[in-house]
Design a protein around this ligand. Structure first.
Ligand SMILES: [Zn+2]
Length: 226
């Protein structure tokens, strides 16, 4: 009689152990899910604390001549994205790149241009009106605005002045076309090309850039609320 009771107690103990084990597993899984959600949803990428907004930056408008190779004069579809590029030509200025695009009309056989070029001093030159297509982003030429960015060396890293102007111009264009930072992409995201090099090779820097654009857009929203 006593033996049977002991057996039962042992069995109850074993069942309890199993139950605790299961509860432990469930708690662990729940904790893991919460942690993953926190990382995906709530953890915001650090911004560069630049205090920028989405107001219109100074733009030096120097439209290209209408020509087959760099400004076909074709109307764009409604703009659904902004595409960031790098010139892949270290040390060249915004003016150099604009003049190169305009020179293509003499027929070098290349079809290349960009709506905007941002220089190493932060200067912004506009080459093509935003309602016309430019030849920069392949299959997305028809519905995006392109920004070419100058850089001093082979790393493709932008100067602080360039960076600030790209954030401001991108935020301004997002506001103009009612887009968000989620609509801002790299040339790489269209074709897999290593462009803009620094933002392709440093995903964290790209995420910080997008966070800076978001912060600039938010700063503008807050201003409107006042
Ligand atoms: Zn590109």
């Amino acid at each position: 009689m006593k033996k049977r009771r002991n057996n039962r107690r042992k069995r109850v103990n074993i069942n309890k152990q199993k139950l605790y084990g299961k509860i432990g597993m469930v708690v662990l899984v729940v904790l893991l899910v919460v942690l993953m959600m926190y990382q995906c949803v709530w953890k915001k990428t650090e911004t560069s604390h630049l205090n920028l907004d989405a107001s219109e930056p100074q733009i030096d408008v120097q439209l290209l001549d209408i020509n087959e190779y760099s400004r076909p004069g074709t109307a764009s579809d409604p703009i659904t994205g902004i595409v960031i590029h790098y010139t892949a030509n270290p040390g060249s200025t915004a003016q150099n790149n604009r003049d190169y695009f305009n020179g293509l009309q003499d027929g070098h056989g290349d079809y290349i241009s960009s709506h905007f070029v941002v220089g190493m001093e932060g200067e912004i030159v506009q080459c093509v009106p935003t309602w016309e297509i430019a030849y920069a982003s392949n299959s997305r030429n028809h519905d995006t605005v392109s920004i070419e960015c100058c850089h001093p060396d082979e790393t493709g890293k932008f100067t602080k002045e360039t960076y600030i102007s790209i954030v401001r111009l991108t935020a301004y264009l997002c506001e103009k076309y009612q887009l968000t930072e989620k609509d801002v992409i790299r040339h790489y995201d269209v074709t897999g090309k290593n462009c803009p090099k620094y933002f392709v090779e440093h995903e964290d820097a790209w995420q910080t850039f997008l966070a800076d654009v978001a912060a600039a857009l938010e700063a503008d929203e807050n201003k409107k609320g006042q």
